[in-house]
Design a protein around this ligand. Sequence first.
Ligand SMILES: C[S@@+](CC[C@H](N)C(=O)[O-])C[C@H]1O[C@@H](n2cnc3c(N)ncnc32)[C@H](O)[C@@H]1O
Length: 290
Amino acid sequence: MIVALPDDPARGASVPDKFFRSVLPGEPRELPKIDTSVAHIARVYDYWLGGKDNFAIDREVGQKALQAHPETVLSVQANRRFLARSVRHLAAEEGVRQFLDVGTGLPSANNTHEVAQAVAPETRVFYVDNDPIVLAHARALLTSSAEGETAYLDADLKNVDEILAGAGQVLDFSQPVGVMLVAVLHLLRDDEDPQGVVDRLMAAVPAGSFLVISHLASDIQQEAMAEMGRRLNQEMTQQFTMRSRAQVTRFFDGLTLLDPGVVLTHQWRPGSEAEAATPGVLWAGAARKG
Ligand SMILES: C[S@@+](CC[C@H](N)C(=O)[O-])C[C@H]1O[C@@H](n2cnc3c(N)ncnc32)[C@H](O)[C@@H]1O
């Protein structure tokens, strides 16, 4: 278990072991157990993004998926750019200074806190993921600006109460929060009640908060996408459930969608012609509460 070393001892007393706000360089720690015999989506995604934090099995499964849907590489890049654009928009245009980012993924270029703190250094970001490899690399997500704060919790998106209890120690739930569910809801099956998870998270944040979602599409390039999903689901313990634009739009029920609504990632406020031209197969949107 990574040692929790909160920099405020008074507040840190009630912090659970696996929740940490800072880790001192050189501090002895027990690394989480990483299973290298089964592919994990965090590592397959890292492979598609050209990262180095993946194993042979992740590359093998990632390759099989690419054979079914070669555009996946461009699509994950488009998703990553959507993540950065939506965070920048919330920070720069909507004044959001707190983010709850669930399904963080392995550290990559333009992590949420880097994009947000480039706009407003005082921004606080609470990261959550349930993969041991993301926990092992979480130190790289804790490079907050001095004025802001970052924290990481090893937890499952389905455990909303645990996430809210942890986040409540870093984020102020009386102020707007940007809730980021980017490329993660398709890893919850229908019987795991993704709508209920979204609703409970959004019920906990005040008016003026935002929900950002991207989600693999079931109604775009249907045959290739279905085959890619089949190949991934055969080999991974995590299972993909792709959803249609209408199903993804329903996640935003009760909120006010920002323009241009729910569109493919590259169509959501592209920052350049190149971004607009990079095809994505994930539906994406952002919406305001209240
Ligand atoms: C495809 S990656 C997306 C990373 C990042 N949000 C992005 O869009 O670049 C999905 C991440 O969600 C995490 N994840 C999957 N199921 C989860 C769950 N039930 N609870 C928490 N995290 C989960 C995986 O471990 C992985 O790191």
